[in-house]
Structures are given as C-alpha cells and as structure tokens.
Design a binder for this molecule. Structure first.
Ligand code: SF4
Ligand code: SF4
Length: 382
C-alpha cells in the first residue's frame, strides 16, 4: 500500500514551528499535540515510514480534523495539511482503518445517493412543506438550484431550500431543481476518504445539469459549491455552466438594484463565516454586504471572524464521527455570540445551521440560528 509521494513530501515539509497549533479546533478540544495539525503531519510520516501503527488513537486524531483550513493560513512553510490529511484518510480506508460509522454513510451514498439513506425520490418533498408557487422539477431551465442533501432532507434546514426558492422566483429566474436526479455532490466521500463512487457522482450530476441546458447552477450549501468548483473540474474538465453560491446571487442582485430591502428586521445579528466559504473560498464580504443592507438590522462581528473564524465543529465529517466534539465547538461559538449581545447568529451553510441549533438547544440559550437566505426570504417585497 503506497502513500502518494507528493503528499508525503508535503508532510515532510513541516518544520514543527507550531504556528498552526493553538487555534486548531481539534487541538482546542483535545489539548493534545497529537490532535494538532503539526501532530497529524508527524503521525502521517510515522505510519508511512513504518514507525507508527494506525492504532484507534491515531485514527481518531486523523478523523478529528474538521478541514477548517485554519492551519493552511497559519503555516509559514506552506504545508498543504488538509490535502495530506485527506490523502491519508484514503490511505487508512484502504487499510480498513477508519471510524466504522462511515460505513453507514458510504452505504447510503451507494444505495440512495444521499447521506441519510432516504429514498432519493423524496429529494423534492421539501416543496410540500413550503408556501411556494409551482416549482419545476427536472425540467429545462436557465438555472438549476442544486439543493444538497441537508436542505432537501432535514426538516430544520428545509427553510433554506424554501427561502432560496422564493428568492430565485422573486428575482425572476427561470429555474428548476433536479429532484431525484440530484445525487449527493460527493463532498462526504472526499472528506471521509471513502472516495469510491465519487467520480460516478460527479459525472452524473454534471450530466443531469447539462441535459437541462442550464447556464447557471446555484447552491445554498458551501460544501456542494466547493465540490462543484474545485473537485468536479478535475474529473469532467470544463463544467459547461457557471456555479454561484446564493450569497453571490444575493449580492449581485442587490448591486444591480433587483433586490430591494425595505422591510426592517429589528435584531442584533452576528455573522458566522462557514469554513468552506470563508477560509476556503475567501468569500467574506458578500454576506456582510447583504446583511448590512437590511434596515434595522445591527450587524456585529465575532472577535474571531473572517480568516480567524472559529469552525462550528461539524466539518470534515466530524458531526458524524465525533458528534460530542462537534457539539462542544458549536457551544463555544454560541457563547461568543451571546457575549456580543447577539439575538441572532447568521450563517450561510446548512450544516453550520444544524450544528449550532443543536448547541443552542443543548445549552438552553436564547438566540436564533438562521441562514442568510432565510432572513432575506422572509422580507421579500410583494
Ligand atoms: S484543517 Fe482545521 S481542524 Fe484540520 S488540522 Fe487544520 S486547523 Fe486543525
Ligand atoms: S505551521 Fe506548518 S510548518 Fe509549522 S508546525 Fe504547523 S504544519 Fe508544521
């Protein structure tokens, strides 16, 4: 079993300065060097060189990375830590050494093409719970809304899908969803190392969109967005359509004068940058531009925001593999919001939303967790 040479060389580049350690969310919860980016690089080298065995403890250290990408921003040596960890997870999977809960996810993706193992023909059921005019499902249109597993199939996140739908119609787009032809984008496969089936999913989704003749695909999930823009081109080359996150759609509509916001929202909101839109895509300003255009809304900033933003804890499949760690990190974020006097935490990621909602429910705190699309969807003018 060989580990890719270029990834081994990346791990070897680590000069052990430790600049990446202190704000790594996994290190913050474990407190152990072995749970830090620097420690992970050492463990990768140790296993590949044959000095360390992939014990349960080592596997846990590797799978507690949330792929927040904080360490990439901190590393003076330019070590591509997350690529090394992703590649090493694939390596561990081939050895049969990984958290076994990932078998359930892999089975769901293989059989039903969504992370929940629900029948995939229920992908459009969220429409039944939304107050919407007729929604096109799998029909030719200029725009495809790629809803994503979480917003399609989780009751607490379906508001993101229905708000996005209302916004797209309000802005006059000719749009459709794929319905059961939408398969999980495959981000969970890439993150977990269970990459079997990823190429098929990528080809399927791209082909399904091309068949409908869409020129633009919009996403309300940063994981889907990242997978389409960064991973799919490696497999299919030019996608043949443009990809935008809803934050970009909203910002552009605001700038073009198509989105007018005059209904006030009297609240204090703090914006939580999702790692996969913030540090990964450097999409920091769009959400702030949209939120600051809402009359009455006071927008405050976390002390750790933009590139220093604290991960909500759910990324990297940690919500599935180590839910207590994911919950603990989300609770820290909620506490920070309360210290700022916020009565509303706003994000632009369905997974951040669910994890922070869990933290709010668990701690009994009085603060709302909403998506940018939900705020805008509620105040659209007739
Ligand atoms: S990506 Fe985030 S969680 Fe993973 S090692 Fe780097 S700082 Fe830690
Ligand atoms: S910042 Fe980079 S070089 Fe320094 S310990 Fe972390 S991974 Fe290694």
């Amino acid at each position: 079993m060989s580990f890719p040479k270029e990834l081994y060389e990346q791990a070897f580049k680590c000069m052990r300065c430790g600049f990446c350690v202190v704000k790594c969310p996994a290190w913050e919860t474990t407190g152990w060097e072995s749970g830090s980016p620097r420690g992970r690089m050492l463990q990768v080298k140790g296993v590949v060189d044959g000095f360390l065995k992939p014990t349960d403890y080592l596997i846990e250290n590797i799978y507690k990375c949330t792929f927040c990408e904080y360490c990439l921003w901190r590393c003076p040596a330019g070590v591509e830590t997350t690529e090394v960890i992703k590649g090493f997870r694939e390596f561990l999977v081939k050895l049969g050494k990984y958290p076994t809960v990932l078998d359930n996810v892999a089975e769901a993706l293989a059989e039903e093409h969504n992370i929940y193992n629900f029948p995939n023909d229920s992908r459009a059921d969220w429409i039944d719970y939304a107050d919407l005019e007729e929604v096109k499902v799998g029909e030719p249109a200029e725009v495809v809304y790629f809803v994503g597993c979480v917003s399609s199939m989780t009751g607490r996140a379906m508001g993101i899908a229905s708000s996005t739908a209302r916004i797209l119609s309000h802005l006059g787009f000719d749009w459709t969803i794929l319905g059961e032809d939408e398969w999980c984008c495959g981000n969970p496969m890439v993150l977990s190392g269970r990459v079997e089936g990823f190429e098929e999913a990528a080809r399927h989704n791209v082909e399904a969109i091309r068949k409908l003749g869409a020129k633009l695909v919009v996403m309300s999930c940063p994981g889907c967005y990242k997978t389409f823009t960064r991973e799919y081109p490696k497999i299919v080359g030019d996608l043949g359509f443009e990809v935008k996150h809803m934050l970009q759609v909203l910002r552009d509509a605001l700038r073009d004068g198509k989105l007018k916001l005059s209904k006030p929202v009297e609240a204090t909101a703090v914006y939580h940058d999702p790692c996969e839109l913030g540090r990964v895509e450097e999409m920091y300003d769009a959400a702030r531009e949209v939120l600051s255009a809402i009359p009455g809304l006071k927008v405050v900033e976390f002390r750790r925001s933009r590139f220093t933003s604290r991960c909500c804890g759910a990324g990297g499949m940690v919500k599935a593999t180590y839910p207590d760690m994911a919950l603990g990190l989300a609770k820290m974020r909620v506490e920070e919001a309360l210290e700022l006097g916020a009565d509303m935490v706003v994000s632009s990621c369905p997974t951040c939303k669910l994890n922070m909602m869990d933290a709010i429910a668990d701690s009994g705190k009085k603060v709302r967790m909403v998506d940018v699309t939900e705020i805008i969807g509620d105040i659209l003018e007739a």
